[in-house]
Design a protein around this ligand. Structure first.
Ligand code: URP
Ligand code: ZN
Ligand code: ZN
Length: 470
């Protein structure tokens, strides 16, 4: 029997904030109380001065994902270890349905890859690229029998992952009726591809043109289209990586109309703005992610939406590619686009810095309450993707995924100290207030300061239920 008592910490959930002792036994939270008396053999950890948070739930990560001609540079092993050091104990990655196979094969393939490697608990969204009767049957089977209840579809990347509107509508109609979630990448892909082609023909090949060829209005247009499809399908819908007010304003309006629209943003859209693209140095390829960084005015709207619940989740979209060459046998990552910005693999790292960066710029700057911070990074993602209350809170019976967080400590971020295999961090040299002190996965201590105590393969696949948003 593995029993640990966390004594005298400040327990913070999405709704509560109190000093208590938390007893973890056999992988779950067994009791919460004051001045608890425990017998011999129970490990006691003094958490005075520390926050006791539910483990982070990051519902948008790309580990070992094949994206175009390359693969993200974190394996399930390295990425989940980095997640754990950052206080995240559950991740939801992607299983890509290829042209040849079915969603069920995609799930099985991702599980075979992830299973022996994962250091934290995980689940999968299936990326559905093609819809027919068999695919719809498989999607229903995945929801009922595999515990996979969310499906990502792309309105961008024509010829690679883009699904047409009819395919998206069919998925929304069925998945919505079955209580699951379709997550949309909303950008008008065909117009973007035209703008990219025109930019390259005009000799504009440097990374700054990545942002200029993906204007916010095309995120707004696709978001509006996705909402109307969801409205017609009478389905709930979730927008990933919302970056702009052009997209937000449609989300806000739709929610006011009573349409069940949910959305996430990512730390990088809050931490940085499009001024980083004012350079002809290839270095700015670090910021080539999709959608690109937006204006300070967009940022202001993102914060407002986070405050008033028009955005419900902050996930990382951790999609790491190295700046230098020769990683994991994929010789060229960001460097592939040295002479053509359209060949720079899109994405940036962030899995390890999500909680601390948001604590610093959100909580410490008075933009988010502590409860809201937990709600955005753990509780609501768990609810929207059918993981709650197993994950996403500190309550009797929930998994003992617990983070002891030191709100007073400060740290200076350097890529070489992080645990991702990515060779850079967007936060290089930045001082952040707040630090993850200890992390428990189902009651087992896996991170103790800088010490790694976890084990590859100890993470479990978590079968998920339906959307718990209503
Ligand atoms: O730039 C990004 N976000 N890359 C990952 C793929 C996606 O669109 O989420
Ligand atoms: Zn996307
Ligand atoms: Zn993504």
């Amino acid at each position: 029997m593995n029993t640990t008592l966390i004594r005298n910490g400040r327990v913070i959930t999405a709704t509560d904030d109190y000093i208590a002792d938390v007893l973890m036994q056999d992988g779950v939270i067994h009791a919460i109380g004051r001045n608890m008396v425990v017998g011999e053999g129970v490990k006691v950890i003094d958490a005075s001065g520390l926050y006791v948070l539910p483990g982070g739930v990051d519902t948008h990560v790309h580990l070992q994902n094949i994206i175009g001609p390359t693969v993200t540079c974190d394996t399930f092993a390295s990425g989940t270890r980095a997640a754990a050091f950052g206080g995240t104990t559950t991740v939801v990655d992607f299983a890509l349905q290829t042209a040849e196979d079915s969603p069920l094969e995609a799930i099985a393939r991702a599980q075979r890859l992830a299973g022996p490697q994962v250091n934290v608990d995980y689940s999968l969204h299936v990326i559905v690229t093609r819809v027919d009767a068999q695919v719809l049957a498989d999607v229903r089977h995945a929801m009922r029998h595999e515990g996979v209840t969310s499906f990502k579809m792309f309105m961008a990347y024509p010829g690679v992952m883009m699904a047409d509107d009819a395919a998206i509508f069919q998925m929304l109609r069925q998945v919505g009726a079955d209580g699951g979630m379709v997550a949309l990448h909303a950008e008008n892909g065909t117009v973007i591809d035209l703008l990219i082609k025109e930019a390259l023909e005009a000799g504009h090949a440097s990374p700054r043109y990545h942002a200029l060829t993906r204007p916010a209005i095309l995120e707004g247009e696709a978001t509006h289209r996705g909402i109307r499809l969801a409205e017609l399908a009478e389905a709930q819908i979730y927008f990933v990586h919302v970056s702009s007010n052009q997209a937000l304003k449609h989300i806000v309006t739709a929610r006011a109309e009573g349409i069940p629209v949910f959305a996430e943003t990512c730390p990088h859209y809050l931490l940085f703005d499009d001024s980083v693209y004012n350079s002809d140095e290839f270095e700015i390829a670090k910021y080539v992610m999709t959608p690109p960084l937006r204006t300070p005015d967009d940022q202001k709207h993102l914060w407002r939406a986070l405050r008033y619940d028009d955005l419900q989740v902050i996930a990382t979209d951790h999609c790491p590619f190295c700046m230098k060459e020769g990683h994991l046998g994929y010789q060229r990552q960001k460097m592939s686009g040295l002479h053509d910005f359209s060949k720079i693999p899109n994405g940036a790292p962030g899995i390890e810095t999500r909680l601390t960066s948001l604590f610093d710029i959100g909580v410490m700057q008075g933009k988010l309450s502590l409860n809201r911070f937990v709600q955005l990074t753990s509780t609501t993602p768990a609810k929207l993707f059918g993981l709650f209350p197993k994950k996403g809170t500190i309550a009797v019976g929930s998994d003992a995924d617990v983070v002891l967080f030191d709100p007073v400590a400060t740290q200076v971020i350097h890529a070489e100290h992080l645990h991702s295999q990515c060779d850079y961090t967007l936060l290089e040299g930045r001082t952040l207030r707040g630090q993850v002190n200890k992390v428990f996965l189902r009651g087992q201590l896996i991170v103790d300061g800088e010490q790694w105590l976890g084990r590859e393969g100890m993470g479990r696949f978590v079968p998920r239920g339906t959307v718990q948003a209503f």
